[in-house]
Design a protein around this ligand. Structure first.
Ligand code: SAM
Length: 284
């Protein structure tokens, strides 16, 4: 079967890398692994040996047919679906209804196709209260950006959002030659260990994301000016003049830039927007 470029099919062929990933995940007999994009099942097979159950979501029906024959099926559930369309939270809830003992033991492992990696990560983070951790193969630069901390030039929207919910770090790089076909970019394994509670409980997740996106929309500007230019994406009923008041209420110096604000500060800022709108009877 020829690899489908359009589906980001770069299959892992390096046994050492597979052993390192499985060693880091160290799946246990009482855990559920959800794998996105099992491909020819090279990782899936190694996970199945140790995990209680593996649910693998694959978009390519030819691969699903192949895996039905090549992999042991006793603790494997194959789902033919586009992981972007799938209701992940519902999937996890239905697994937990079947196996209540798996609560807090749901883990994600994926060698993600690059073309959907950030969309999938965003989706996974919004289901993070149901997930214990995520071990993801990503393009190296993307992984490094997500794990970089406040103050760095690589720090951005996904770093802020990921780090509010998880201890986020790059475990190790993976060379392009570890895949077939060989991709044009290097890869890395990113691990997100979800905190029992986010660093700050956000009052409205959508609003938090909107504030972070508006703040980073113009990296060179101060946070005041970025938010002033994009306040309508946060709340169309706000007046630009109110942004300074909100930043001051959140104890954020107006001349700071988005990349200097920690996840915690962004969450507190989003909560201040929320409270401000509530107090002034805006509907966000
Ligand atoms: N896990 C395998 C490995 O490590 O060799 C395959 C990894 S390959 C980079 C990505 C896999 O994700 C492919 O099998 C591809 O068909 C599948 N895939 C691509 N887009 C997908 C989507 N939207 N939903 C689910 N699977 C997808």
């Amino acid at each position: 079967m020829k690899a489908k470029k359009s589906l980001g099919q770069n299959f892992l062929v390096d046994e050492n890398v597979i052993a390192r990933i499985v060693g880091q995940v160290a799946p246990k007999a009482d855990e559920l692994i959800i794998e996105i994009g099992p491909g020819h099942g090279i990782l899936t097979e190694a996970l199945l040996e140790k995990a209680g159950k593996v649910v693998a979501i694959e978009i390519d029906s030819e691969l699903v047919q192949e895996l039905k024959i090549t992999l042991p099926q006793n603790n494997l559930e194959l789902i033919l679906a586009d992981a972007l369309d799938l209701d992940l939270e519902q999937l996890i809830h239905s697994q937990l209804n079947l196996h209540p003992e798996l609560k807090n033991k749901v883990r994600i492992v994926a060698n993600l196709p690059y073309y959907i990696s950030t969309a999938i990560l965003t989706k996974l983070i919004s289901a993070s209260d149901l997930i214990k951790d995520m071990t993801l193969m990503l393009q190296r630069e993307v992984a490094e950006r997500i794990a970089s901390t406040a103050g760095g030039k690589d720090y951005g929207i996904l770093s802020v959002i990921s780090q509010l919910y998880a201890d986020t770090r790059v475990l190790f790089p993976v060379k392009a030659g570890s895949f077939r076909p060989i991709p044009k970019v290097e890869s890395a394994i990113l691990q997100l260990k979800i905190y029992p509670q986010p660093l700050v409980e956000v009052l409205d997740r959508n609003l938090f994301v909107k504030v972070v996106c508006a703040a980073f929309s113009e990296r060179r500007k101060t946070i005041l000016n970025s938010l002033k230019s994009h306040y309508k994406t946060i709340d169309s009923k706000l007046e630009p003049s109110q942004i300074a008041i909100i930043l001051e209420q959140a104890n954020i110096v107006l001349t700071r830039r988005a990349e200097t604000l920690s996840s915690k500060e962004f969450a507190l800022l989003a909560n201040t927007f929320y409270q401000y709108a509530k107090n002034t009877a805006h509907n966000l």
